[in-house]
Ligand binder design. Structure first.
Ligand SMILES: Cc1ncc(COP(=O)(O)O)c(C=O)c1O
Length: 401
């Protein structure tokens, strides 16, 4: 008999983490593997942020932090939301958690009753559906059209909402598609939400700063202030501030929701690391220019990856507007034969073939709810990215039939 609870059979381990772990294992065994699977910037955390953390340690700011976050960080978050997004929140409307991931899980765990539905546009970040399932709800994936830049349309949203819908999750810019919703797109979705007052919206803005062509970035609470009473704006420091390992994310929303989420956090992890929170104050209040510099590097890599992969036989790829991923269509490889006689039946087979033959780790589209695609993260050194794209081109050229 399995030790695992029945609900565990409804969820899977994060495929991106599993594939990255496999690539690391292969590299440790001596294989030359390039991992395009991890969702983290290759840039280091900027020095002033590190120094703020060291200062926090030296000054003994190492006790249990307040459950919802140190006041200094929650105030810095309120300043950020006001400065960058035109959103006024008070610290009581803000919760700091152990990464953006925990903010989302807290929200779903605090609000979902059995059979409540969560609308998730696909391709989606792999964790949304599983977090909804773990929290007892039912994810409802809605395939967003590549021709529409993988953005959910108002009509699709209208068609997906039922009496049981509790949440719409938006991810802007999106992982894995890089989709960016304009203010106008959000206005269209907001018009639908106005007709369905029982539906809340969680916007995951963690890639907010990684946007190409100068933005602008829009978020639904700003575009539709009348929906603020049922909007949770989630963000975090992992991506823009190169702080994936520091584990700081935050949510801003109505007090009652934040209180319910805090209750979940109080009985699970307590407050996020005190040291990371002090570093977070420096991240949000300090110099921001490195973000622009990093985004310029990402943009060059995006263009390089798009042009190399779009040339590969059987693949097609267009330039996404945000985040640091390419969502590459691999339909032209399906049905073809590998040099050792196997047949590529789906994007999972293709990703496996790339890893086995080319030594390149990517995440197959099925994991994100939309096939046949695979996701490439271009948050790695440019020469490694170039080499990985060459390997993918060669692996594609080696297919026959
Ligand atoms: C869309 C999206 N949301 C949230 C997260 C979680 O970020 P954090 O490191 O803050 O938990 C990620 C990380 O990959 C992500 O891609």
């Amino acid at each position: 008999m399995s030790i695992a609870a029945r609900r565990m059979s409804r969820i899977k381990a994060s495929p991106a983490a599993t594939i990255s772990a496999k690539a690391m294992e292969m590299a440790r065994a001596g294989r030359d593997v390039i991992a395009l699977s991890a969702g983290e910037p290759d840039f280091g955390t900027p020095d002033p942020i590190k120094i703020a953390a060291i200062r926090a340690i030296v000054e003994g700011k190492t006790k249990y932090p307040p459950l919802t976050g140190i006041p200094e960080l929650r105030e810095a978050i309120c300043r950020k939301l006001d400065r960058e997004n035109g959103l006024r929140y008070t610290p009581e409307q803000v919760l700091v958690s152990n990464g953006g991931k925990q903010v989302i899980y807290n929200a779903l765990a605090a609000t979902l009753d059995p059979e409540d539905e969560v609308v998730v546009p696909a391709p989606f970040w792999v964790s949304y559906p599983d977090m909804a399932l773990l929290a007892g709800g039912t994810p409802v994936a809605v395939a967003a059209d590549a021709a529409n830049g993988f953005r959910l349309t108002a009509q699709q949203l209208e068609g997906a909402i039922t009496a049981r819908t509790k949440w719409l999750i938006l991810n802007n810019p999106g992982n894995p598609s890089g989709a960016v919703y304009s203010a106008r797109d959000l206005e269209g979705l907001a018009a639908v939400l106005r007709r369905h007052p029982h539906v809340w919206v969680l916007t995951d803005d963690i890639y907010e700063h990684i946007i190409y062509g100068g933005g602008p970035f829009s978020t639904i609470a700003q575009v539709a202030p009348d929906l603020r009473g049922r909007t949770l704006t989630m963000n975090g420091l992992s991506k823009a501030y190169c702080m994936t390992g520091w584990r700081i994310g935050y949510g801003a929303g109505p007090k009652a929701l934040i209180a319910a989420m805090s209750k979940v956090q109080s009985q699970t992890t307590s407050g996020a690391s005190s040291i990371s929170q002090w570093a977070g104050v420096e991240a949000l209040d300090g110099d921001q220019t490195f973000i622009r510099d990093n985004v310029a590097v990402f943009e060059e890599r995006r263009d390089l990856g798009v042009s190399m992969l779009d040339q590969a036989e059987g693949l097609s790829c267009s330039a996404p507007k945000g985040a640091f991923y390419l969502y590459v269509h691999c339909g032209g490889t399906v049905g073809r034969r590998t040099p050792d006689g196997g047949v590529i039946e789906n994007d999972g087979d293709f990703a496996k073939y790339l890893l086995d033959r080319g030594g390149v780790a990517v995440v197959h589209g099925e994991a994100f709810g939309l096939s046949p695609y695979f996701r490439v993260s271009y948050a790695l050194a440019t020469d490694r990215l170039t080499e990985a794209c060459r390997r993918i081109q060669r692996a594609c050229a080696a297919l026959s039939g």
